[in-house]
Design a protein around this ligand. Structure first.
Ligand code: COA
Length: 374
């Protein structure tokens, strides 16, 4: 029988360490990276600037950004051995397993020998994740061996071009960039905490990130955007959405893309991606999925006071850009890598192995009886 949920279950409400990287639910719109409000960053910065900010604590000036982007551009291609491994992974594999394997295998080919190489390793992963995802996807689903280098200057644009083979529109490029900013960092969430626990043992960057990908894979964390997409696609209209959701709540089903462990009234990322989803729907020429999503949002607030988290309107936004649902969570990896790597570096800079205790609720002390007596 399941144990009763304790008030501190899931370490809720407890501080598990210090960080200079992010606040959640404290100031500004509710989410800040190194003191900057996420809405300010989404309006006035690019994802590369945000990644630089997380890695270095300050936004780059023009020449620092130029050098950073130039370095990332040279790091985009995949080693042939990694391509061969990706070609072996079947089309029905979970794309997050592909990301996990891609990261782990790259760690065999290009190990982080010591921590002086941490920037090299994190830049490499930032540059290469879109190609790991798209190379596998295009090969396994369409039999195509794509060129992993594009002339797209931004990581978001690069991903879209790898996926479609075409130059993305300015709107799509912009929304991908905003999306990568919104997903970049979120304090001690489950995957970041996984990365920090691993880093606290003085393990290497690739092991920390591989573990974090495993945590992000679950539907209660990164997998929620895909689950939200699967759900809204089943609704034929806003009215149908409300009827079906009422049934789901009655059956005590969790509605993916709603609720949050820290925010209590709204997720500051939602209003941003929701506005872009509306624009994308108009551009797509069929906004019905957007209107269905709005009906879901209204229904959940009216009936349970539950609000959309960052994942919910990402589902329709990605769909309007023609991104296959199974790639939604891997995109999250391409973005959150920036937060994970920054936390790994921060943990290393002032490390003590993370080793909490547990409240014991098992059997009283007892003696082993001979096997013949049991
Ligand atoms: N759908 C239906 N009910 C929900 C819900 C959801 N998405 N999120 C929370 N609730 C309900 C819970 O059932 C619980 O009700 P109860 O007290 O009657 O048991 C109550 O609200 C508190 O939720 P709880 O699961 O304890 O919150 P949490 O802090 O442990 O979990 C999440 C937070 C995010 C894991 C949770 O809201 C969730 O599972 N959401 C769906 C997955 C998702 O979108 N994840 C992405 C997070 S960014």
């Amino acid at each position: 029988m399941a144990e009763k949920k304790l008030s501190g279950a899931g370490l809720r409400g407890q501080s598990a360490g210090q960080t200079k990287l992010c606040t959640v639910g404290k100031s500004g719109s509710g989410l800040t990276y190194c003191g900057y409000d996420v809405s300010d960053l989404a309006d006035n910065a690019t994802f590369e600037e945000v990644a630089y900010l997380l890695f270095n604590g300050e936004l780059p000036n023009q020449s620092q950004l130029y050098d950073f982007k130039a370095e990332l551009l040279t790091q985009r291609d995949l080693p042939q051995a990694l391509k061969e491994v990706l070609k072996l992974i079947p089309a029905d594999a979970h794309p997050m397993d592909v990301m996990r394997t891609g990261c782990s295998f790259l760690g065999n080919l290009e190990p982080e020998v010591d921590f002086s190489e941490q920037n090299k390793a994190s830049n490499r992963l930032l540059a290469v994740f879109p190609a790991i995802m798209c190379f596998w996807y295009k090969y396994s689903h369409h039999g195509l061996e794509i060129d992993c280098v594009t002339d797209e200057d931004s990581i978001g644009g690069h991903f879209l071009k790898l996926l479609t083979g075409n130059n993305p529109s300015d709107l799509h490029r912009k929304v991908m960039d905003v999306s990568l900013i919104l997903y970049a960092e979120h304090e001690f969430n489950a995957s970041t905490f996984t990365a920090r626990v691993c880093a606290s043992t003085l393990s290497d960057m690739y092991s920390c990130v591989t573990g974090a990908i495993g945590s992000l894979r679950g539907p209660l964390h990164g997998g929620a955007n895909e689950a939200a997409m699967d759900m809204i696609q089943k609704f034929s209209s806003p009215a149908d959405a409300k009827v079906q959701m009422a049934g789901m709540l009655q059956r005590k089903e969790k509605i993916m893309g709603f609720g949050h462990a820290i925010y209590s009234e709204s997720d500051p990322r939602n209003v941003i991606i929701k506005a872009w989803s509306e624009k994308l729907g108009q551009d797509f020429g069929d906004s019905s999925l957007y209107h269905i999503s709005v009906a879901c949002e209204e229904f959940m607030w009216d009936s349970k006071k539950l609000f959309c988290n960052a994942d919910f309107f990402h589902a329709s936004a990605y769909h309007f850009m023609g991104i296959p649902t199974k790639l939604f969570t891997p995109i999250f990896v391409c973005s959150r890598l920036s937060g994970w790597a920054a936390h790994i570096m921060e943990q290393r800079s002032n490390n003590r192995i993370i080793r909490p205790s547990a409240d014991y609720i098992g059997a009283e002390p007892r003696k082993v009886t001979a096997i013949s007596q049991r």
